[in-house]
Design a protein around this ligand. Structure first.
Ligand SMILES: *Cc1c(COP(=O)(O)O)cnc(C)c1O
Length: 360
């Protein structure tokens, strides 16, 4: 069997130990003679498994008691609609910080429900930086402020948490959650599609301050209604049980890596090695402002774009896969989430070095 170094932006690499554990339990989960996929989601075993997964995330991020943790369907994209439908009401003002492609998609959905104001945008600089706190033109009477701490496509990450005063801060952490410690109490709501840095696709995790939970619009579908889903333990309908099970295994694995502190140290080092190599090279380039560089998604271009195809086919042949940049920006992108180790980054750099020498 051969495992490649997988730099996919999502669905992304999973820890091999997690896949092995799932494989060992696939036919016979806990002596029940069937797989987790074949059991009622109302069974004690599945409910316990779900509770353990939720507790795992709560422990890893030290989520305070006044926050609810939900797992919902419809992806992070579903939350682009669910959040305005749950948080906007008689006050329908929402402020957005626009730092790229995912911000724009969230803005487009919110415009269907509320009065959207762009508090800052880095569009003019082609989304290669983050606005400073002083750049934020926030409305003190907004219902919430939305931002995207890590823009997955262009590899732009905030190096601070915006201060929004008493206005709740909402964060799309799809591609940065669990990459390092965070202070959950600074946020009103955190959400993250699972398939980047948690588990397989199928779930979006939502961490919400309980006092924000009970004000959904009447038209909000029950499966997207935070209060209703909380009351039903996120099982108002059938959840993707296999995805949930794998998320739980990833949380266990992360605890074995020393939690978010442990993995954060590894992630910081991985990103530093790759940026350092790119910066000292005259063959590769990264356009993002140094303070706004993502730890998880690292785009780079070649000095000569005519070599892109050759770079991709040769890297693929060398066991380094999914390095093409997003179709909207081109170039290359290495996504180095938690399950992609320093060994993968070192192998990538060795390949890049060799490729540059041969094509200089
Ligand atoms: C991938 C991604 C999304 C979309 O996630 P889906 O689960 O496919 O809806 C949203 N926001 C960010 C930052 C992402 O990286």
């Amino acid at each position: 069997m051969k495992r490649v170094f997988n730099f996919c932006a999502g669905p992304a690499a999973l820890p091999v130990e997690v896949l092995e554990k799932a494989q060992s339990e696939l036919l016979d989960y806990q002596g029940l003679g069937m797989s987790v996929m074949e059991m009622s989601h109302r069974s004690k075993e599945i409910v316990d498994m779900a509770d353990r997964a939720v507790a795992g995330l709560r422990e890893l991020l030290a989520v305070p008691d006044n926050y609810e943790i939900l797992y919902l369907q419809g992806g992070a994209t579903g939350q682009f609609s669910a959040i305005p439908m749950n948080l906007l009401g008689s006050n329908n003002k929402v402020d957005f910080i626009d730092t790229g492609d995912w911000s724009k998609k969230a803005i487009k959905e919110a415009q269907k429900y509320g009065d959207v104001h762009i508090a800052a945008s880095t569009a003019e600089g082609n989304y290669t930086s983050v606005p400073t706190q002083a750049d934020l033109n926030l409305r003190p009477d907004a219902a919430y402020v939305h931002y995207t701490p890590n823009e997955t496509i262009r590899g732009v990450e905030f190096d601070y948490v915006p201060d929004t005063g008493d206005v709740p801060l909402v964060a799309d952490m799809s591609s940065t959650i669990l990459s390092r410690p965070i202070d959950v109490s600074k946020y009103g709501l955190i959400y993250a599609g699972a398939q980047k840095n948690i588990g397989p696709s199928g779930l979006c995790w939502v961490i919400i301050r309980k006092d924000l939970m009970d004000q959904a619009m009447d038209v909000c579908p029950s499966v997207l209604n935070y209060a209703e889903m909380a009351k039903a333990g996120s099982m108002l309908n059938t959840p993707p049980t296999l995805s949930l099970y794998l998320c739980g295994l990833v949380f266990d694995w992360l605890k074995e890596q020393g939690g978010v502190e442990g993995i954060g140290a590894v992630n910081g080092k991985k990103a530093e090695t790759l940026y350092h190599y790119v910066d000292q090279s005259d063959f590769y380039q990264n356009p993002v402002a140094v303070n706004a560089r993502s730890w998880m998604n690292i785009p780079f271009t070649l000095a000569n774009a005519d070599l892109d195809k050759q770079f991709l086919s040769e890297s693929e042949a060398a066991g380094l896969t999914n390095l093409a940049g997003h179709r909207s920006v081109g170039g290359m992108r290495a996504s180095i989430y938690n399950a992609v180790g320093q060994d993968a980054v070192d192998a990538l750099i060795a390949f890049m070095q060799d490729f540059a020498e041969r094509n200089q």
